[in-house]
Ligand binder design. Structure first.
Ligand SMILES: NC(=O)c1ccc[n+]([C@@H]2O[C@H](COP(=O)([O-])OP(=O)(O)OC[C@H]3O[C@@H](n4cnc5c(N)ncnc54)[C@H](O)[C@@H]3O)[C@@H](O)[C@H]2O)c1
Length: 358
């Protein structure tokens, strides 16, 4: 029996990971510690809420007492830290929340795991323990037309979000270098799939387009992101937990570089055909002022994780985007519940004064 402490398991990637793991492995227990910020949604986990192998704990990764007591009570073998503030636009408005969760929260988790796993007398770590810090390719900054991010690309974050993630990664690495703590760091490209909060590009565009609302595209829309279907990310994390070498960084990405405009046009085309609705068309696109410090291109070189661990993405973009669109169409109630909550306040705040969007 392997016990996982998953943090941020009610968010987009975390909830996909919890579902992915419980579906594949019988002999595991997952403790999900989540603060349930605006991005945390227990509806994502309805399928497993009564599963005896799954336990939900509402709480903050910055909470020293709570995290120490969870480690004592459950003695997890593996800790996977998904908990994070994850939206660049929000980080530009409120960097403090990012400092707290993405830096101080990571340090607290590392400290508590070290307290629980390191025997101060012998200097030995308990067997079979592993801490995985879930990171992002955004810490590398941006690329020109050519080249890819490798694990040795220097960190050069541009937004408060990526600066906080880079800092969390560096603390995780420092715990390996200083204390030999069994830590791995993953850095993944943009994910898409079910359960993503509709402030992010793909669910935002699907949700707006089907309601014939304007589709706000930053600047010229030619920013390039390397898109990965979320289940392929879950598979990579599972493999790094099992076979990754402590102290190592693993980049995760599937050579799926697309411009934002391409993504929006694909969604328009697919939705128009699926819903047989000609009002879903390019006229809905509206170019809004670009995000400050907006990186132009990200592209991951996944050679290391492929060669060392045998990971490869199973879902092509063409297949993944259709699955994703279908999921949002089939789960209108999920979207409605999310959008009816705090989301509208955020949307109005974010795009306030942009009359063209109304
Ligand atoms: N979404 C992507 O494309 C992407 C790509 C690469 C890496 N990442 C990283 O993966 C992680 C998960 O991303 P996501 O898109 O699922 O994010 P998300 O915003 O959808 O979910 C974050 C989750 O963390 C929880 N949380 C936030 N602060 C917390 C705290 N202090 N204590 C406990 N729980 C807290 C939230 O309630 C939410 O459930 C993040 O660290 C993000 O930086 C995301």
């Amino acid at each position: 029996m392997t016990t996982y402490l998953v943090t941020g398991g009610a968010g987009f990637i975390g909830s996909n990971f919890v579902l992915y793991m419980l579906e594949r492995y019988k002999d595991i227990t997952i403790i999900n510690l989540d603060k349930l910020t605006y991005a945390g949604n227990l509806e994502n986990l309805r399928k497993v809420e009564k599963d005896p192998r799954y336990v939900f704990v509402k709480g903050d990764i910055c909470d020293e007492k709570l995290t120490a007591s969870l480690l004592e009570e459950w003695d997890p073998d593996l800790i996977v830290n998904f908990a994070g503030e994850s939206h660049v636009d929000r980080s530009i408005k409120d960097p403090d929340a990012f400092l707290n969760t993405n830096v101080k929260g990571v340090v607290n988790l590392l400290q508590r795991a070290k307290d629980a796993w390191l025997d101060p007398k012998s200097g030995k770590w308990k067997e079979g323990k592993r801490f995985l810090q879930v990171g992002t390719d955004e810490v590398y900054g941006y690329l020109g037309k050519d080249g890819y991010f490798t694990e040795t690309t220097p960190l050069s974050p541009h937004s408060p979000y990526s600066a906080s993630k880079a800092s969390g990664d560096m603390f995780a690495k420092a715990f390996f270098d200083t204390y030999h703590m069994p830590v791995c760091i993953t850095r993944c490209s943009n994910n898409y799939g079910a359960f993503q909060y509709p402030e992010k590009l793909i669910p935002l565009m699907i949700n707006n387009a089907r309601k014939h609302k304007k589709l706000p595209v930053y600047g010229d829309g030619m920013q390039i992101r390397d898109w990965l279907y979320v289940e392929d990310h879950c598979k990579a994390i599972d493999m790094v937990l099992k076979k990754g070498r402590p102290g190592e960084v693993y980049n995760i990405g599937g050579h799926n570089e697309r411009t934002n405009v391409f993504i929006v046009n694909t969604i328009i085309k697919e939705l128009r055909e699926k819903l047989n609705d000609d009002l879903i068309n390019e006229d809905l696109i509206i170019h809004v002022e670009d995000r400050p410090g907006h990186d132009r291109r990200y592209g991951i070189d996944p050679t290391k994780i492929r060669n060392e661990l045998g990971w490869y993405p199973e879902t092509s973009f063409e297949e993944g985007i259709i699955k994703t669109i279908d999921w949002y169409l089939d789960n209108e109630e999920w979207m409605k519940n999310v959008v009816d909550g705090e989301y509208m306040k955020y949307y109005e705040d974010m795009y306030a004064g942009r009359e063209e969007l109304k």
